[in-house]
Design a protein around this ligand. Structure first.
Ligand SMILES: C[S@@+](CC[C@H](N)C(=O)[O-])C[C@H]1O[C@@H](n2cnc3c(N)ncnc32)[C@H](O)[C@@H]1O
Length: 246
């Protein structure tokens, strides 16, 4: 099935919006600040990657690459950063590089990183695309296609999840019980998650997949956000991870 690329459009206040999903790509109160508050701090980053040989993040919905760029910048600015940061992201409707350039111009702090990202941006074809930066210390693997089909096929050990689909009311497939089970299958013991959504259906799906979830103060106008930790004490991936880190 061929990909349907995203079309870049903006709301009246200048926030990027999807006409297909009828939702915004990031908080109207600021994309970079939201990424730091919800996704980085919500997963205990940068602290949790310190002293690690390798740290793996998985995101649902690459969108404009804002969370990736915020994470890469935080990694670059951290003298105690992990040796290798692997950022995996799943995207059904990727943007063309020219649209990324237009949207990313709103964050001049990312300029050199965003430019490098666009230089490496793959053709919009279904499947896995591996991009390496910082001499291979920052790896972005982006999977173009439907996350509900990609996730069950992945075999990797994930330390932190960024759950960033459009709102569960408008994009329920990215928050379903089955999708949360797919995330749990990849989680190392103690893996964390963060999202701005506190919808009851999302909390229920995550709990049924053995994520212990808690509400925290949200970003800007939002009263709450959600963080979580994967529960079971040992999983096969925990053993693999130990082997990889050694
Ligand atoms: C809120 S935006 C993500 C913003 C992004 N994390 C960023 O930092 O710029 C949600 C994204 O989820 C993608 N999406 C929606 N349904 C999807 C699915 N079933 N599989 C993969 N991606 C999906 C949308 O195309 C959109 O890019």
């Amino acid at each position: 099935m061929p990909l349907e690329p995203a079309r870049l459009t903006f709301g009246a206040d200048g926030t990027p919006v999807s006409q297909v999903y009828g939702d915004v790509y990031h908080s109207v109160a600021g994309g970079h600040a939201q990424a730091r508050h919800v996704f980085l701090a919500g997963n205990g980053l940068p602290g949790r990657w310190r002293g690690r040989a390798r740290f793996v993040i998985l995101e649902t919905g690459f969108g404009l690459g804002l969370n990736f760029l915020a994470t890469w910048l935080a990694w670059q600015s951290d003298p105690q950063r992990c040796q290798t940061l692997h950022f995996i992201s799943l995207e059904k409707h990727p943007f063309h590089a020219a649209d990324l350039a237009q949207a990313q111009a709103s964050w001049p702090e990312f300029a050199p990183l965003a430019e490098a990202l666009r230089r490496h941006w793959p053709p919009l074809e279904v499947g896995e695309h591996r991009l390496e930066f910082e001499g291979g210390q920052v790896v972005l693997t982006v999977y173009f296609g439907d996350a509900t089909e990609t996730l069950p096929r992945l075999a990797t050990a994930v330390d932190a999840f960024y759950l960033d689909g459009f709102s569960p009311a408008k994009n329920p497939e990215l928050w379903s019980p089955a999708l949360c089970q797919s995330l749990a299958r990849l989680a190392v013991s103690g893996a964390t998650l963060a999202t701005w959504s506190v919808a009851g259906t999302v909390r229920q799906s995550l709990r049924s997949a053995q994520f212990d979830v808690t509400r925290r103060p949200g970003f800007s106008g939002k009263r709450q956000m959600l963080i979580g930790r994967y529960g079971p004490a040992d999983s096969i991936f925990q053993f693999r991870r130990t082997a990889i880190d050694r």
